[in-house]
Ligand binder design. Sequence first.
Ligand code: FES
Ligand code: FE
Length: 443
Amino acid sequence: SDKDVASLFDRENGRIDPQIYTDEALYQQELELIFGRSWLLLGHETQIPKAGDFMTQYMGEDPVIVSRQRDGSISVFLNQCRHRGMRICRADGGNAKSFTCSYHGWAYDSAGNLVSVPFQQEAFPDLKKEDWGPLKARVETYKGLIFANWDSEAPDLDTYLGEAKFYMDHMLDRTEAGTEALPGIEKWVIQCNWKFAAEQFCSDMYHVGTTSHLSGLLAGLPDEIDIREVQPPTTGIQYSAPWGGHGSGFYIGEMGTLAAVMGMKILEYYTSGPAAEKAAKRLGSAVRGSQATGQHMTVFPTCSFLPGINTIRTWHPRGPHEIEVWSFTVVDADAPAEIKEEYRRQTIRTFSAGGVFDQDDGENWVEIQSVLRGHKARSRPFNAEMSLRETNTADPDWPGTISYVYSEEAARGFYAHWSRMMTAPDWAALNATRPTPNADVSA
Ligand code: FES
Ligand code: FE
């Protein structure tokens, strides 16, 4: 990169240098400075319920093994044999007491300790096995979701999530039973930079009313819903949390939209009846329990959710020009079997590899990425100044810095945090520049 990294995003004027989506050197810096230091989503606790259960995952481009220990804790370690670097485990998941490298047979226990080396006495008489285990990551969970971080200096997960927890609870904490993951992780590839996906999910309600999703909404419209109830939302808020990007579009009371996306059964389950009442009690208001749908959010950098629709995905980067999407769906653990099945059916139809709405979003990102192959196409900044001059305020009901649902404040928060992560030498420096929640961030 020939430009100063700090100049690539201009917060004051809402300008994005397109180079951040294409530059290979910047991408390598992202792997080190962002993916090497942030809390990254690895899945849901119910995906590995029993001792010995494991799944293979990624932290950025680094493959890892996520494995349940006998004491109930979870270990995460690099899926790389220390002998010559072969993947220690090549399965997607399963149950195992140990992992044996398929190249020369070094074996690791389920916590990632090297426990056996073939012909060790004869061939490696001086080898100390305790020195040759794979790199281990910090692991913490939030209401069922498993996160890991390579950086020992990073704040704990609770601090990192901050104000975002309140919004995550609308999906994760509607019942004392918590959530469970529906079986299976869907994985697919999109030819676009990871930031297009992560930013859109944290901030962009603007695209919903244009070509992007109108046809999908119309195609899935239940007979009971009048299309006039499925207009793009006009009420709602957007928030930006201090660790950036934990932004969210959020609107309230536009019930037609949830029905058009997820059908009448889910609408009824989510907005009326005992489950909604319980949620209202737990979340502290009827609005939050039964009407706070249509939310979308990103936990920086690559973990996005659609509470209400309940898809959760990680946008794993694969170079500056490609992502692998890993996606699963959660449901209230105590929901009736019929509702769980309906969530499975509807999320496959809407937000999945072949889902109508994921198709719409992906098509835009792929086209942008393709346009950015042009030299002139990268010569001028993108515009992210929506609602830039509006005063963003504190709101007693909604934590974070609050702006209108049609704003790019959460996107600006996302890129401001990106910029901080790309320029701060360590977490001590990041903590020193932590924005104050509820402050006017345009100041
Ligand atoms: Fe794993 Fe040789 S690379 S045992
Ligand atoms: Fe979309």
